[in-house]
Ligand binder design. Structure first.
Ligand SMILES: [Zn+2]
Length: 352
């Protein structure tokens, strides 16, 4: 979790919006932070909540001091006036217990009950409902009642991937704040600063593929996917000996295993193809520069190598388009690896 705004990338306008509301003493009772997953909405909400509890903050600013009792309590997750719930991993709904209390104590515990109590240690109570699009009908109705008559000291922050995911009656009672994907450069910097990757060029490739979402970037860095990428790399180093159908089967099987659903399978497949394209491009560049230190470029030699690799690169790009166009990943990979192996066997067009 981020501890200060300095660590947060992007979302400056949204920060300014909250700062101005504080300056004018115009904070709403409820906000809906809307935007794609994995861009830092929850971190944003937590930093904002922390700043509201901080006792040393200058009244018109959003920066928490980080050292007062409230800041320390918040960081340790023990601050009594802060409540946060979300959809537990593996569940498809936010359990009602979290919102309304267990069935024996319904209405006498849970987020909405706590929010109705007077604050214990600060001037307000703040609640974050992460994944608010996973509220079921009963939960949404209970929330609506609280939104209709919000306790004076309560401030609620709902986090959703899209404003359309909220019931119109809930949405209309919240101030909707839209969040946008992070820039590729922001994602690259986060990957490097959080030591998820060490190589800046590789981080940029991942950032480019992630479409502004740190969650997607993390998925792309998943250990199994990277192991698969390494395995393909080994095969590419010995292109002449590649067994295309065996490789295609291995890769497709593994992609099915590690991806949850077809969309993720396609995204992961394209990430692997992007890697194959980068591999070929790097060898072409080495050949142009006359660098034969790499085993494959050494064997291919400069003239034959570039003539051979250029059409292979085109072929990989075509496969990417096929996957984007919803062709089955397995068939695309089989055809691709088969073509690459055939091109390798036949040699460059100019030499045939
Ligand atoms: Zn503080």
């Amino acid at each position: 979790m981020l501890q200060s705004w300095d660590e947060m990338r992007g979302h400056r306008e949204q920060r300014e919006l909250f700062r101005r509301s504080i300056q004018r003493d115009r904070l709403s009772h409820a906000y809906a932070l809307c935007g794609p997953e994995g861009i830092g909405k929850r971190q944003f909400a937590r930093l904002f909540a922390k700043s509201q509890f901080c006792r040393e903050r200058s009244p018109e600013q959003l920066d928490a001091c980080g050292i007062c009792r409230a800041c320390k309590g918040f960081e340790a997750d023990t601050w009594p006036d802060f409540i946060e719930i979300g959809c537990p991993e593996g569940k498809s709904q936010i359990p009602l217990d979290l919102l309304l209390g267990s069935s024996e104590k319904r209405g006498h515990e849970g987020l909405l009950y706590e929010l109705s109590m007077s604050p214990q240690a600060s001037s307000r109570r703040i609640a974050i409902i992460d994944d608010a699009h996973y509220l079921n009908a009963e939960g949404a109705n209970a929330l609506l009642k609280t939104l209709e008559e919000p306790p004076a000291s309560a401030l609620m922050i709902l986090i959703v991937n899209s404003p359309d995911a909220l019931l119109p009656t809930i949405r209309s009672r919240c101030q909707v704040v839209r969040f946008f994907p992070l820039s590729d450069h922001d994602i690259r910097d986060i990957l490097l600063s959080e030591k998820m990757l060490e190589d800046s060029a590789e981080a940029m490739v991942v950032a480019d593929m992630a479409g502004g979402s740190l969650t997607v970037a993390r998925q792309l860095l998943n250990a199994e996917l990277r192991a698969l990428k390494d395995r393909i790399g080994e095969q590419l180093n010995f292109l002449e000996k590649m067994q295309p159908l065996v490789l295609a089967k291995q890769v497709a099987d593994e992609l099915e295993k590690i991806s949850s659903g077809l969309d993720e399978q396609r995204r992961n497949a394209n990430w692997l193809l992007r890697f194959v394209a980068d591999f070929i491009q790097t060898r072409m560049r080495l050949l142009v520069e006359g660098d034969f230190s790499d085993p494959l470029t050494q064997r291919l030699g400069v003239r034959c190598g570039i003539d051979l690799l250029a059409p292979m690169l085109d072929r990989v790009c075509a496969a990417t388009h096929q996957i984007d166009g919803n062709s089955p990943v397995r068939l695309v990979l089989e055809a691709l690896f088969d073509d690459l192996a055939r091109q390798m066997r036949l040699g460059p067009v100019s030499a045939r």
